[in-house]
Design a protein around this ligand. Structure first.
Ligand SMILES: Nc1ncnc2c1ncn2[C@@H]1O[C@H](COP(=O)(O)OP(=O)(O)O)[C@@H](O)[C@H]1O
Ligand SMILES: [Mg+2]
Length: 235
């Protein structure tokens, strides 16, 4: 479904990605792990068209998408949940969710409501908060909202960047369960995490990045037992 080959990226003179290659098959949850600063977020930004790669290929369902702008990539069915969550603080929870509909304009009111209900099915705790402004939400609620907004677009592939960041362990567990449910219902997930243990638990396979390139690729069980993964991910 997604194939990244030899991806290089720069921030001005700094050569951040140095040949990242990875694949995600339809229906999988694949994790992308590694310590702070190794290039995980940059990889997602290049896939999503937020940052143009300086070299390499990104293919989505057989189509070359490297260098396409964000709006075109999102229209192809990829959605991105940024590390920073980017909730609109003054907009209500409902309005924040509806922002996710942007690229599927043309839905009538009934269809929009159906889409909203479908997404809220994963996040019943947001239902009583629909009219609240985004800035009143807790960190966990904001993360749910950020994932919910991405789901509103009906994307087939979700890129999720460090959903567990800054959340209490019990909430992290809850969120991972929701991501598992979303995957079980047919969405493919590329999950970036520093919380390697949690991420591996819900993934089919994974990759570990080290200084801008992949240093390990393996199945769930290989990741669980590899001393290299343990060392590189601080397990
Ligand atoms: N906008 C930016 N401008 C310059 N350097 C950046 C920028 N964003 C990230 N970097 C640098 O690129 C490297 C990789 O960053 P990033 O992809 O965010 O890593 P990760 O998500 O794995 O923590 C880091 O050294 C970081 O400091
Ligand atoms: Mg990051």
């Amino acid at each position: 479904m997604l194939k990244v080959e030899g991806l290089h990226a720069h921030y001005e003179l700094s050569h951040v990605l140095q040949g990242v290659s990875l694949e995600v098959n339809e229906g999988e949850t694949v994790c992308l792990l590694g310590r702070n600063g190794v290039g995980k977020t940059t990889t997602l930004k290049c896939i999503m068209g937020i940052l143009a790669p300086s070299e390499g290929r990104v293919q989505y369902r057989g189509q070359d998408i490297a260098g396409l702008p964000l709006h075109k990539i999102s229209r192809l069915g990829i959605a991105y949940v940024p590390e920073t969550r980017r909730i609109f603080g003054r907009l209500s929870v409902r309005e924040n969710l509806e922002m996710g509909l942007n690229n599927t304009a043309g839905l009538n009111a009934t269809q929009r409501q159906r889409r909203l209900d479908e997404v809220l099915g994963y996040f019943p705790e947001l239902v009583p908060l629909l009219k609240n402004p985004g800035l009143k939400l807790s960190g966990g609620q904001q993360q749910m909202l950020a994932i919910g907004r991405a789901l509103m677009s009906h994307a087939d592939l979700l890129l999720i960047d460090e959903p567990s960041e800054g959340l209490a362990p019990i909430l992290v567990q809850h969120l991972m369960q929701i991501i598992e449910d979303i995957n079980r219902d047919g969405r493919t997930v590329l999950l970036v995490e520093q919380n390697a243990r949690m991420a591996i638990r819900i993934s089919n396979r994974g990759y570990v990045l080290e200084r801008g390139s992949v240093c390990f690729a393996g199945s769930k069980s290989e990741m669980e037992t590899s001393p290299e993964v343990r060392e590189r991910c601080g397990l």
